[in-house]
Ligand binder design. Sequence first.
Ligand code: DMJ
Length: 477
Amino acid sequence: MALPTRPVSLSRRGLLRAAALAGGATAGGGLGLTLGTPAAFAAELGPPNPALANDVRTEFLTAWNAYRRLAFGRDELRPLSGTGSEFFIGGAPLGLTIIESLGTLYLMEQDAELNAGINWITNNLNFNRNANIHVFESIIRLVGGLLSGHHATGNPVLLARARDLADRLLPAFNSPTGIPFRFVNLRTGAVSGNVTPLAEVGSNITEFGYLSQQTGDPKYFNASKRALRAVWDRRSGINLLGTSINVQTGAWSDTTARVDPPVDSFFEDLHGAFAMSGDAEVFGWYRTLTNAILQRLPETVGGRLWFRQVDMNTGATRSRFQSELTAFYAGLLAQGGNLAEGERYHTSWAAVLDRHRLPPESIDYTTLNARSNSYALRPEFIDSALFLWLTTGNEIYRTRAQLMWNRQRTHCRVANGYAVVSNMTTTPTTKGDLTPGYWFAENMKYYYLLWSGARRLNYQDNYLTTEGNVLRGLIRI
Ligand code: DMJ
């Protein structure tokens, strides 16, 4: 397979070219904004809101300063107990929150804090551990965060650390099928976990593509693409994929087709391979699989669009729920050329906010009732709002984001920043003792980009990974 060359120049995460490849038009929607100069594009997007942007930055810094004071170098902040904890390896901090914050600190122009983070990475980050690590989580969070920091600053240490980790993870891809094992020992390369969900199979090609571009070594991108091809080759007769697959035999172990986790970001990266590296073959796979999803999974309830869980071979319904994480799909549909469906799906999630204080972790979409009353500070509704706004320029998406921002401030704020909510129905909400790393990487970056008009981002041509790490479009000023 070829080494991906310089990323092709794309607008709005590949939307325009994707739509062209899809047949020249979005399904019933048109493309929204026109393609012009960056200034014209910004004007079409509407003016920044400096007061809201300042508010977001202040709140981000409250949490960041708490992390600096109470848990610097630990993976994640525990804001209620005022301590920290590890996400990956017990007893071995990997500075996850530092790494997840690099891109956000850069966009917010917090250069002293950014440098403090890079100094910690330079002096303390050590992946030579005799411990099993989760391959998927370490690629999207650690490799991706380090690469975003490298894209922002050009600091070679960040690229070297990302490469060191990626090299330790690569043995996971040495399975008979090319589909990665779920865990690998960072020191010995021993692998484990031979049934892998699709999100964990595919959510690596954008990070590994960037790594191949920067190092000149195609092995990272090639490993990712081989895994994607292995899954593509095992699609059903109606072009659907299952949920999880045996990496040794290639047999599906769960034949449920879904957009919900643990599949979700598989489709995001399928599109991302094209948006980052211009890989038209992978984009063809994305289109065929997406067309099948849009044919077989949608269900309209009360005028709202949802996505069922179905049998991958027959299309028969298996269940009718939706995870909050699936809200990302509204933005992906828009970027991939299905704007009308993306807009409809986001409106469905807006209705969830009419019913609940916060988006529940899971809902029964036939009633909008919560299946869980928790809210893990998840970013997916805002992620979609950002990319639908970038695609259409429609203010409705900033209005929805502002509603969510107000809810988050009201129901998740604690003295040391923000906390997950274990029960949103009590007054006040019942908090859990965690600020997830992705809150720093995703929520706060998306809010900030919506209102700041950040001068360090090319709003017209950029790429953000599933974890919100920016791998194209940062401007060095
Ligand atoms: C993030 O870690 C990533 O967006 C991942 O793909 C799934 N969602 C979580 C946050 O909810």
